[in-house]
Design a protein around this ligand. Structure first.
Ligand code: NAP
Ligand code: MG
Length: 491
């Protein structure tokens, strides 16, 4: 069984640490995909050194040429998308359909960002003086680190690496230890697309050990991180100590608001998809449904009915919902289900680990619905990251808004209503980076900005036209063609 290699300075090199952990299929832990090396801090520093050495030539390559390499990566990914989706399902557990969706999203991101190479520009701004020309340029930062989670192990690395590269930075990529095989596949794409040696480097290993070594390296000028708030807060603080840029996209507790005038079928189906899709392991997953009392009984009954119909199992064998990613996430899901019961929420359906034929060797848990959840309960406040959704009953729109905004997070939010005034009041007042009207909380398109407010996000948005903001800085240029020193003198 293979041990995955690091990619440093354009070569695939084995870690010398002698330590590794197995990469298991969460739907069948008897299947070992490979072994992840726990690389050393020294190896992480070597990856940064390689990126630093490659930086001047990459920075000087014209942006449209950098974009062309991304287009080649896009074409390769498009051709290979089914194979990569299959690997993604085996490694992370999401269903093949979801995996294919994630890979297609990655193709779209590459298509969008590659073209930025031909668009990247600054602005011309008038001078207050005659015969003076003023403009701005976007320049790269240098070496940037991309630190990513396991839940979108193809799309998230690509939505960080692609804008970093097209802007002229070189990259050290540190993926989640749970999803090394997809990380290797992503790097191989860029390698085969013709990226020069050292421009993109991969370092596998535990966040604490190699993550800290990367962040502390003097050549690293920025870190783009997606993951938990606990780790994100540490990275933000560490980055602040060195005065480097930090972009962090973290947890969510995304609400759906269902008004009494909503299309009930649409609201139920979208809530179920948002809550149980990807086993609830999406930063944009629906974890709270705030329902107007007048229709709450009907809504809960229909949602529970839908939850019971979700087929759970191996995502390569036609199941609608796959497993939790590992033992620890499964334990978290079950623990929060206990917490919910203990707090007095009413368990309507689900709540148990699933066992039996074909399920015993996987981390499967039932789609779970709680009713009678109140805003102060932990299951209404804390991110669970599993297929668990809580219904909060409210008397009217204002109470719905108060509940929706009453959490520390602010990533995505939805409202189901047929009333235009409620729609726009919701858009005005909801504290979220992404708002959906009459569709579920997940989902997004490559050409639109993505990210959250409040404790969810720090730094500029990812994807869309905003993606380049984090990875570039502005240089302001004054060109004086008067041939005379400024009359204003010293001031
Ligand atoms: P995590 O535990 O925070 O890990 C994220 C990444 O950080 C992993 O690569 C991890 O490495 C690394 N890391 C850990 N400690 C580190 C340190 N001290 N220095 C540098 N890197 C370190 O998150 P996760 O469990 O993989 O992902 C789930 C979380 O991601 C959820 O909270 C979810 O909401 C969030 N998420 C947010 C978004 C968004 O856009 N807002 C999108 C997707 C996911 P190891 O794997 O080796 O620990
Ligand atoms: Mg795995």
């Amino acid at each position: 069984m293979d041990t995955y290699k690091n990619f440093i300075g354009g070569e695939w090199v084995a870690s010398g640490s002698g330590k590794s952990v197995p990469n298991l299929n969460p739907a069948n832990t008897g299947e070992v995909l490979g072994h992840v090396p726990l690389s050393t801090p020294g190896e992480a520093r070597a990856a940064v050194d390689a990126a630093a050495a490659a930086y001047p030539a990459w920075r000087d390559l014209p942006a449209p040429k950098r974009g062309s390499i991304l287009f080649r990566a896009m074409a390769l990914l498009d051709k290979e998308k089914e194979d990569l989706a299959r690997l993604l399902t085996r490694e992370e557990g999401k269903t093949f359909r979801e995996a294919l969706g994630e890979v297609q999203r990655s193709v779209n991101i590459l298509e969008y960002i590659a073209a930025e190479g031909r668009r990247m520009g600054g602005r011309t701004i008038p001078s207050e003086l005659p015969s003076n020309f003023c403009y701005t340029l976007r320049t790269p930062l240098g070496v940037v680190a991309c630190v990513t989670p396991w839940n979108f192990p193809v799309a998230i690395p690509i939505w960080k690496i692609a804008p970093a590269l097209v802007s002229g930075n070189t990259v050290v990529f540190k993926p989640a230890t749970l999803t090394p095989a997809t990380a290797v596949a992503v790097v191989s794409l860029f390698e085969r697309a013709g990226l020069p040696k050292g421009v993109l480097n991969l370092i596998l290993g535990s966040g604490g050990a190699v993550g800290n070594a990367i962040l502390d390296h003097e050549a690293v000028h920025a870190v783009s991180f997606t993951g938990s708030n606990e780790v994100g807060a540490g990275i933000y603080a560490r980055g602040a100590g060195r005065m480097i840029r930090v972009q962090a996209e973290m947890g969510g507790k995304n609400p759906v608001v269902v008004m009494a005038d909503a299309d009930l079928d649409l609201a139920v189906e979208s809530t179920a998809t948002g809550a149980f899709g990807s086993t609830g392991q999406r930063c944009t997953a629906t974890s709270r449904v705030i329902v107007e009392e007048a229709i709450a009984d009907r809504f809960v009954e229909r949602l529970a009915e839908r939850a019971r119909k979700v087929s759970v199992g191996n995502g390569l064998e036609g199941a609608e919902m796959g497993p939790a990613v590992d033992q620890s996430q499964l334990d978290t899901d079950l623990r929060y289900i206990d917490v919910g019961r203990g707090e007095g929420a009413r368990l309507v359906t689900g709540g148990k680990r699933l066992t039996g034929a074909g399920l015993d060797k996987g981390y499967f848990v039932e789609p779970t619905v709680f009713d009678g959840v109140t805003t102060s309960m932990r299951i209404a406040q804390e991110e669970i990251f599993g297929p668990v959704v809580g219904v909060i009953r409210v008397k009217d729109f204002d109470a719905a808004m108060e509940a929706a905004n009453g959490v520390r997070y602010g990533l995505s939010a939805s409202i189901f209503t047929t009333d235009n005034a409620n729609t726009f009041r919701f858009v005005d007042r909801i504290e979220a980076g992404i708002v959906h009207i009459n569709s579920g909380t997940p989902g997004g398109e490559a050409q639109l900005p993505f990210g959250g407010t409040k404790a969810t996000g720090v730094g500029p948005r990812e994807q869309g036209p905003e993606a380049l903001e984090f990875f570039t800085e502005v240089k302001t240029v004054y060109v004086d063609y008067t041939g005379q020193s400024r009359k204003s003198g010293f001031y």
